[in-house]
Structures are given as C-alpha cells and as structure tokens.
Design a protein around this ligand. Structure first.
Ligand code: ADP
Length: 334
C-alpha cells in the first residue's frame, strides 16, 4: 500500500477514529465550510428542527466523515452510517429510511455510487419525508406510501459532478473541502501527536506537514511512520532528522509526491512528450485504474500545478518537467 494513498484499511480506521475531532470548534482548517456549517447548525438548533440536508464533497481523507460525525454531535442526534456501494437496491434504502428516528442524521458515504432506483427513492424521501414501499410483484404490486419523521441526510462524495442534478438539488447546503495548508496540517499533527503520546519537535512536525499533500489522513499516517523510525533508531522523539529519514524510506519526496505521482508525471513527459494525453491512456501507462489516477493522484497534481487539464487531455506543466529534472522539449503551459 502507498504511504500517501488517501484511502484506508480497517486497522487504520480504528486509529483514525481515535484522532477525529468531535466538535466543530476543535476542527482545524476548512474555515469557510466550518463557518457556513456552524451557521446552518446554529439556526437549526434555534428553530428546534432538523437542518437542511448537507452534501460534503472533496478528495479522500480531508475530513468528510469527521464533519458528518461532528454534525450529528452538534445536533445531539444519533448518526446512522451507510454508503452508496452498500445500497444496490431501492429496498436496501427503504429499510434504512423506515427505521430512522426523528431528527436522526443519516450519513451516506460515496453517495455517487448508489444504484439509480435508490437515488430516486432518496430524493423523494429527502424532499417529502416519504417513501413508497412496493408490496407484491407484477401487475398486482401496489405502492404503499410510508411517512417518515424529519431527518437529515449528510452525503459525502469525491465526485460531486457525478451526482444527478435532482439529487444534488435536494441538498440545501453543499460544502466543498479543499486541501489543507501546511499551517493547518501542523495543528492537526500536533494534536494527533498529543493524543498518540508521541513526543515531537516543531521542525519534525513541519517536515511531515509539508509533505502530506494537504491531506490530514496522510499526515497522520506519515506521523506514525516517522514515530516508527524514531523508535527503531533508539530516539523517542519525532524531529526533523527522523522525519527526513522516514519520508525518504517511504518514497515521499520533498513536495509530498510519491511513486504513483512521479510515475504519472514520468509517463506524461517521457512517453507522451508532455501530452496532451487522455486519462485512460495515462492510467494504462502507469498500470492503474483510471479512477485511481483521477481521484487520488490527479487532483493534487493539478492543484499544485504539475498537470494541466485541457479539453484534449492532460498536459505536463513546466513544473512537472523541472520536478523530474528534465528540460521541456518545447514551450509549455505554466
Ligand atoms: P474523508 O471522509 O474525507 O475520507 P475522514 O473524515 O475519514 O476523511 O478523515 C480522515 C482522517 O483524517 C481522520 O482520522 C480524521 O481524524 C483526520 N482529519 C480529517 N480532517 C481533520 C481535521 N480538520 N482535523 C483533524 N483531523 C482531521
């Protein structure tokens, strides 16, 4: 597994759960989303009614699940968790919806991956707090409307663009999470180090923060690897030396790019002369699924200016060539 992969495993989920901030006020970064969400929740509290449904979008590992849990905690409501891939039939969703208590928060992770009939059921339920339960089969089947108590859906997606418009429109509030700056990641890491009882120096924390590709999940993971390095080398403090050595060992370079990122840039520059090249061709060249390249590697490479997306495909910027120590063959963008 890549040390800077933003997806996660079961064991890691347990550690992550311990590191999640519980309240909005403890959540560093994403200030705009935090302020907007704070207002929405406070207004709902004063009205004593559930807030609008909330959609959280953004790359993996930036805090969507954490924020969903915070929403439930701030509303002092229980939270039910399910995900798009777990809902393959409208019946799966009907079962969840019909068991919700008044005011409950329903967290739907990867909501863009829900089956189409369930999507339709969901947006009717979000709008009218009602589902039609189909009883029987064939010509004798009848739809029995079932009233639901008001509840709040918190949807999370890495691909907001894939949601059908009628579903997207049912969310009264959409928060887009963006990559964190180094300062916010330092706050997150300092807090995590405290919770994990890891001794650290500001230099060590800074080094990890600046190589975590703006992602708290990756920052927390790198912190644990640097701690491992420090322990094995008989020093019990996460300092700059430990951070530099461990990050080199795990192939995370100074800009936080890892092997996949560099493979993408190398393919783009060396095999395709800097592009433009289509996403799927690029994915084949690095031996990955197009979806992995598109949701894991590309957003960060684009944001940092290594890759430019054009209508004709992906192109390498001057930065990409320079990062690989190569000279661009012709004038390039950026
Ligand atoms: P997502 O649902 O967007 O993939 P998560 O909410 O599961 O991301 O966050 C991944 C990990 O990063 C969790 O362990 C969480 O504690 C940590 N994390 C995310 N955002 C923050 C933040 N703003 N402050 C502190 N920790 C964070």
């Amino acid at each position: 597994a890549r040390v800077v992969d933003a997806s996660t495993t079961d064991e890691e989920r347990r550690i992550e759960a311990a590191l999640r901030p519980r309240r909005l006020a403890e959540f560093p970064g994403q200030q705009r989303v935090r302020d907007q969400l704070g207002l929405v929740l406070e207004a709902a509290r004063r009205r004593q009614s559930p807030p609008d449904h909330v959609l959280l979008s953004g790359p993996p590992g930036l805090g969507k699940t954490t924020l969903a849990m915070i929403i439930a905690a701030e509303l002092e409501q229980p939270m039910r968790i399910t995900s798009g891939p777990a809902i393959q039939h409208a019946g799966d969703l009907a079962a969840v919806l019909s068991s919700l208590a008044e005011g409950e928060v329903l967290f739907l992770d990867e909501i863009h991956r829900m089956a189409r009939p369930a999507e339709e059921m969901l947006y009717l339920a979000m709008e009218d707090f009602r589902v039609d339960v189909i009883v029987g089969k064939g010509p004798g089947a009848t739809a029995i409307p079932l009233e639901l108590p008001p509840f709040t859906v918190v949807g999370a997606t890495t691909r907001a663009g894939l949601l059908p418009a009628p579903l997207r429109d049912r969310f009264g509030f959409t928060g887009h999470l963006d990559y964190y700056n180094t300062k916010d990641l330092q706050l997150i890491l300092t807090r995590s180090a405290g919770l994990l009882e890891i001794e650290s120096t500001p230099d060590g924390i800074h080094e990890i923060a600046s190589r975590s590709r703006g992602t708290p999940r990756i920052a927390n993971r790198l912190l644990r690897r640097v701690r491992d390095w420090a322990q094995v080398h008989g020093q019990h403090i996460v300092d700059e030396e430990a951070a530099l050595a461990a990050l080199e060992l795990f192939d995370v370079d100074q800009q936080g790019l890892d092997r996949l990122d560099r493979a993408v840039l190398e393919a783009l520059c060396k095999r395709f002369g800097g592009g433009p090249v289509g996403l799927s061709t690029l994915a084949v060249a690095v031996g990955e699924e197009p979806d992995t390249v598109e949701t894991v590697a590309e957003p960060y490479l684009v944001r940092e200016g290594y890759i430019v997306r054009t209508p004709r495909g992906r192109s390498a910027s001057r930065m990409a060539w320079e990062h690989l120590g190569l000279t661009p063959p012709k004038p390039v963008a950026g």
